[in-house]
Design a protein around this ligand. Structure first.
Ligand code: A2P
Length: 281
């Protein structure tokens, strides 16, 4: 549908959400409130963002019913392992104080202080997943998934899991379209979420993006987000400014042509703005 995708367990997920990395304190609270007033139905946070309490407060302040908002949070790399992950989900729920999570993700395939390529880390990751499966079965999370997983990490998870991940959230924009990973995820019924869909703001000044913005009478941000939507990924633009939060939501009533989608696809340079692939491969 126009505004939603459906996960493999039939849970419905909005195609647009607010990113909140580096939004803190009052700024986190006000940006979430503006987003909810601008018809965002998904808020993306994480334990390491240190803003879950403020986001929970904003949700209550909004006066919206709990089931009108989709809340995602993530277990930090410091909380890998079965027992730690169980505790971590408990703490997330306490900080948010919103009853249940709509989606809980493993933030990073690597556990803090372990070599991400080691067998020990692979075992630890699997234990973390078992904790998420149990939280899911208990109804504490309506869906579970991973973040920053490569195809290699997903293969390991799919061969070891009982409940298959519903989401993989990765950095994704035209300089990093994640084409092979998206294909693999689609084949395995995993919805892809795009964080930093504006390339941390770096793609807003790309000449092609600017030219398309002028031609479609839109902003560069809207062109980039629309490109993500038409690739069926959930886009999670981050902003703390009311005007930008509103602008980033106005992406549902225009269509990029097939040719223009292909031109944007052609910007691929496998470039991460958020981390280098050597860190996790
Ligand atoms: P700010 O929070 O001050 O608005 P990404 O989502 O790719 O990580 O990009 C986030 C960055 O882009 C932030 O620095 C944010 O700044 C900026 N940003 C978000 N939306 C827009 C927009 N519509 N126009 C210009 N800059 C934006």
């Amino acid at each position: 549908s126009t505004f939603y995708l459906t996960l493999h367990n039939s849970v419905v997920i909005p195609r647009l959400g607010l990113g909140t990395f580096r939004s803190r304190g009052e700024q986190a609270k006000s940006s979430v409130l503006w987003a909810l007033q601008s018809h965002y139905c998904l808020i993306d946070t994480a334990s390491i963002y240190k803003n879950e309490a403020e986001i929970g407060q904003a949700l209550r302040d909004s006066g919206l019913e709990r089931d009108k908002v989709f809340i995602t949070s993530k277990i930090s790399p410091f909380e890998h392992g079965y027992d730690s992950a169980l505790l971590a989900v408990g703490k997330i729920l306490e900080r948010l104080d919103c009853g249940y999570l709509d989606l809980c993700l493993i933030h990073w395939p690597g556990a803090a202080k372990l070599d991400v390529k080691s067998e020990e880390n692979a075992v630890r990751r699997t234990e973390t997943w078992q904790a998420l499966e149990d939280m899911y079965k208990q109804g504490k999370c309506r869906a579970i998934g991973v973040s920053n997983y490569t195809k290699h990490h997903l293969e390991g998870l799919l061969s070891a899991c009982t409940i298959r991940p519903m989401v993989n959230q990765v950095e994704l924009h035209p300089y990093l379209p994640q084409t092979l990973l998206r294909k693999y995820c689609t084949e395995n019924n995993i919805v892809v979420q795009a964080y930093s869909p504006l390339g941390c703001g770096n793609l807003l000044s790309d000449p092609l993006v600017s030219a398309l913005a002028a031609r479609y009478n839109r902003t560069p941000a809207q062109i980039l987000l629309r490109w993500g939507i038409q690739h069926d990924v959930v886009v999670l633009p981050k902003s703390v400014r009311k005007d930008r939060i509103q602008q980033n939501a106005e992406i549902f009533y225009f269509l990029l042509s097939k040719d223009d989608m292909e031109c944007l696809d052609g910007l691929d340079r496998n470039h991460h703005f958020c981390w280098s692939s050597e860190e996790i491969l």
